[in-house]
Design a binder for this molecule. Structure first.
Ligand code: GLU
Length: 509
């Protein structure tokens, strides 16, 4: 199906950094839009002024840009359905909520918070549902229970009020969900939710429905946490006489052990980021780590997220964004939550790292070296990358695997010295320096041959030299293929390091 009229939206509230679950929601919206030749809209839902967090909107925009998710309409891009920020659409909501009141689908309520609490406590003690609804509303102070004059008087005197939706009693409301199928909820379970407040601001429910309608949203694809609100939304569409969009409620992202929703707090507690970019809380200055800063490639991050909840129905795991668009379908989004797997996340990054050309990787690594104050030759760094990239998940790991190419050993592993450094070791090493003089083409293969010939000539075992050479060059028993290390360091550096090791280790004795 290529539906020209597909219009989907991502509608975050700028109440903090965007959780990776939110990134997955916008990603699925993006894939769905692109797959269907549709449009993706970014709408900022900022009607709850109390929850406004400085910098959150910019954070959301920056994060999605880093992810490579492109919108068709937004505050920055504009579009014919703007403004794309709810606080700039206040007058629109007012008009629509009046329409509901005129049609007896909503009503004014003047109850104070104490009165509301008293009502809830009373209903609880009577073992009834503690909510504002068809049963309880007539005992409260609202335009259904008070006389018209009384209501007018209160409104004219500027009394604080809210406007509540009038939910019908005992009626089955159906939500058709593209992932979950038909979900039926009895209206008696629903609260007469507040739609509008006397400060002139709509609540989420009203603003969301009005905007989805006016912006001609065809499919609402959002997190499962909004499923309980969906019956209310269906009812609002009906009250307005509007066609409801299709709904798809995405399964939750779960903690690695599957025990509950992956929360904002989990990441740094469990040792992995839950935010795309690092976030510094503007008030507490608390820092939450981000995938970007942790060294993830955006492509790897997106690939990983795409597969948390959706499966392509094949064994394929690596997808470019274009391939995701091609393969994506809502039918293959599961109903149950997906466990977040931090190790798998690293695996994805590793796959993207090894898929990079040596040239591309070397350029990234050169930047890191530069930050450490090290200048090096691109060609040299390229050869290093080729040698060690299999051992790295992140560009940062390249350093752990190859720092010894850029600095002399600061110490020599004492355990190896004790076990492997013998009386005749210095002599063997010095003789090897001499032998290397005769190698014309100083490459791993020839180096290996010269060492092996020397050993058999002297009746020595591999174990007697390989460890001490590595120790002298690297300072430990770590690192990739030794012959290649020697090749890359070169004859001169080899000689220099061997002599330095002899000097240091012999002096220590
Ligand atoms: N503003 C809501 C949020 O913060 C949007 C929910 C929806 O997509 O309907 O997630």
């Amino acid at each position: 199906m290529k539906n020209e009229n597909v219009r989907v939206r991502f509608a975050p509230s700028p109440t903090g950094p965007l959780h990776i679950g939110g990134v997955r929601t916008v990603l699925y919206n993006y894939l769905f839009a692109k797959k269907n030749n549709g449009k993706l809209i970014l709408r900022i839902e900022d009607t709850d002024q109390n929850r406004f967090v400085e910098g959150a909107e910019k954070y959301i925009v920056d994060s999605l840009e880093w992810c490579g998710i492109k919108f068709d309409e937004s505050i920055d891009l504009g579009g014919e359905f703007g403004p794309y920020k709810q606080s700039e659409r206040k007058e629109i909501y007012e008009k629509f909520v009046k329409q509901l009141i005129d049609n007896d689908k909503a009503y004014y309520a003047f109850d104070t918070s104490d009165e509301l609490e008293e009502m809830r406590n009373r209903l609880k003690s009577e073992k009834k549902n503690p909510q504002y609804d068809a049963v309880s509303r007539l005992n409260m102070k609202n335009s259904l229970s008070l006389s018209t004059e009384e209501v007018k008087k209160r409104l004219d005197s500027g009394e604080t009020y809210v406007i509540r939706i009038k939910i019908p009693e005992n009626e089955n409301i159906e939500v058709n969900d593209m992932i979950r199928g038909k979900v039926v909820v009895n209206s008696s379970k629903l609260d007469d939710k507040v739609l509008f407040k006397s400060d002139g601001m709509p609540t989420y429910h009203l603003a969301n429905i009005v905007d989805d309608h006016l912006m001609e949203i065809s499919h609402v694809i959002r997190g499962e946490e909004w499923l309980p609100s969906a019956p209310l939304h269906v009812l609002l569409y009906r009250y307005f006489g509007w066609k409801s969009p299709e709904f798809a409620h995405l399964p939750l992202l779960l903690k690695p052990d599957g025990n509950g929703k992956l929360s904002k707090r989990d990441g740094d507690r469990l040792g992995f980021p839950v935010f795309p970019l690092q976030w510094v809380d503007p008030k507490t200055k608390e820092i939450s780590s981000g995938y970007r800063e942790a060294g993830y490639f955006p492509e790897a991050f997106i690939n990983m997220l795409a597969l948390l909840g959706w499966n392509p129905g094949t064994e394929q795991e690596l997808f470019t964004m274009d391939e995701l668009i091609e393969a994506f379908s809502i039918d293959r989004v599961g109903k149950s939550g997906s466990k977040f797997d931090p190790e798998k996340a690293k695996w994805f990054n590793h796959q993207y790292l090894i898929a990079k050309s040596d040239d591309e990787l070397a350029k990234l690594y050169m930047q890191l070296l530069e930050d450490k104050g090290i200048t090096s030759e691109l060609n040299f760094v390229k050869r290093i990358c080729k040698l060690i990239k299999e051992r790295a998940n992140f560009v940062e790991d390249l350093w752990n695997q190859s720092f010894f190419f850029f600095q002399l050993p600061e110490s020599y592993d004492a355990k190896i010295v004790k076990k492997k450094w013998k009386e005749n070791t210095p002599q063997i090493l010095i003789e090897l320096i001499d032998r290397f003089e005769n190698i014309n083409e100083f490459v791993a293969e020839n180096i290996e041959k010269v060492i092996k010939d020397y050993l058999s000539e002297k009746n020595l075992g591999m174990g007697q030299v390989m460890n001490v050479i590595r120790l002298s060059l690297v300072g430990s028993n770590k690192g990739p293929d030794l012959f290649t290390i020697i090749e890359l360091m070169g004859k001169e550096e080899f000689g220099k390091r061997i002599k330095l090791a002899i000097k240091c280790i012999e002096n220590e004795k």
